[in-house]
Design a protein around this ligand. Structure first.
Ligand code: RNT
Ligand code: ZN
Length: 422
């Protein structure tokens, strides 16, 4: 009780300080209703999946670490995700990869999957009252062993992956239809070469052809939306990635679909936050994979850093929340996995709340009148405004642990549930 009072008192003081800058803290909190982050299911089990014939993780991505307690079946995944959801304010979505179907002991290859294999996930989302997004899984499979999928010169393999993506899109449409909120289907492929290739053009021509084939059937936008995810390089794929940013940006614009920007997929000095207002001049919507690259596309847990802050600020400043679908993409196997989700999702949400607490109009006025010292000064001062009092109050209102309070909850879950797993 005493704590609750302190949080409310701190909020009142913070509210007054922000009001002096013309910022309405209640409105900022209200805006958080529209920030619905899609939780990538693959942090539960280090991108393992539920297939009976389980392929080793491949495609130039890596989950490093062997912290005990990872989920090893759908029930454990759902229990973990429910724990995560219970520790987050606001409403999230689920982002599922195709390898996480409910296959019930049956060997179902990627070119055989159907909506029925995902029905129990759809039902689970219904019970949680959340939407769902979906991804084709074009890696960790024999037919991707040579490093090529949709751009493969092996026609049998190429067609196999086209069929997989086709099916994933049909499944996505069914998901969106049943849940009453569009399902974003993202296609990312690992295709590329370790060393300098000669026939770059042929691979890109094949990728374009495969995407055209896989996306031939159009679905209503209320049911599903297509996204394609670009990348600069992966481990073992350092010299050329077929699905580069130029390739997919062109493809997305030409075909009126979404481009997915993963902030681990660019040169380290490039900022995805800067790309948003460029790309949205030419496509209706974006998908984001918010992550934290450390020296490479390492997919560390998201923290509240300047990259994420710029992404959130650009979205809020320009009122782009209804054009940007926000997903997370990290997989850290070296720490408590539920903790990883909660830290990463909360960090991304904090970035949005901070963005919503900016007196943007006044800053633009300074900028337009050439008062650049004043602009920089205000941007610096804003960094140390009493944001945490607003965040804590938001968490309190939402009935989730305030501040570091979630640590104890996760420790308890580890003791009671995770430590008992094999
Ligand atoms: C890989 C891409 C891709 C994957 C997931 C598992 O570099 O970022 O989004 O991380 O599909
Ligand atoms: Zn990604």
């Amino acid at each position: 009780m005493r704590n609750t009072n302190k949080i409310e008192q701190a909020y009142q003081l913070a509210k007054e300080r922000y009001a002096e800058l013309g910022v309405d803290t209640d409105a900022a909190i209200a805006l958080m209703k529209e920030v619905n982050i899609s939780l990538h299911c693959w942090q539960t089990d280090d991108v393992g999946g539920c297939e009976v014939k389980h392929g080793e993780l491949s495609g130039g991505i890596q989950a490093t670490g062997n912290y005990p307690g990872k989920a090893s079946n759908i029930d454990e995944m759902r229990a973990d995700l429910e724990k995560v959801l219970s520790l987050l304010p606001g409403k999230q979505r689920l982002n599922l990869h195709a390898i996480y179907g409910d296959f019930r002991g049956e060997v179902v290859d990627r070119d055989e999957i159907e909506a029925k294999h995902f029905q129990s996930w759809i039902d689970w989302c219904k019970t949680q009252g959340i939407g769902m997004d979906f991804n084709a899984t074009c890696f960790s499979h024999d037919r991707a062993a040579d490093g090529f999928t949709l751009s493969s010169k092996n026609e049998e393999n190429r067609q196999f992956w086209v069929e997989h993506v086709k099916r994933c899109r049909a499944i996505s449409a069914e998901i969106g239809k049943q849940l009453g909120t569009p399902c974003v289907h993202n296609t990312w492929i690992p295709d590329g070469t370790k060393d300098t290739p000669v026939d770059r053009n042929a691979y890109r021509t094949l990728l374009k052809k495969s995407l055209d084939e896989a996306m031939e059937i159009k679905y209503p936008k209320e049911h599903m939306k297509d996204a394609v995810e670009s990348k600069l390089f992966g481990i073992g794929v350092e010299s050329m990635t077929v699905g580069s940013h130029d390739f997919y940006l062109g493809y997305a614009i030409k075909n009126d679909i979404l481009i997915c920007l993963d902030n681990g997929h660019f040169h380290p000095t490039e900022q995805v936050g800067d790309k948003i207002s460029s790309v949205l001049q030419f496509v209706d919507e974006l998908l984001l994979h918010v992550t934290r690259p450390v020296r490479w596309d390492s997919d560390h847990v998201v923290t509240l850093n300047e990259d994420v802050q710029l992404i959130a600020s650009e979205i809020i400043r320009n009122d782009f929340l209804n054009r940007v679908n926000i997903g997370l993409d990290f997989f850290d196997a070296s720490i408590n996995r539920i903790g990883a989700y909660v830290i990463g999702t909360r960090a991304a949400m904090k970035a949005f709340l901070i963005a919503a607490l900016e007196p943007t109009k006044d800053l633009v006025k300074l900028e337009e009148s050439g008062k650049n010292f004043e602009r920089l000064a205000m941007l610096e001062e804003l960094k140390t405004m009493p944001f945490s009092a607003v965040w804590d109050y938001y968490c309190l209102q939402e009935g989730v642990p305030v501040g570091a309070g979630y640590i104890a909850d996760i420790q308890k879950y580890e003791e009671e549930v995770l430590s008992k797993r094999q």
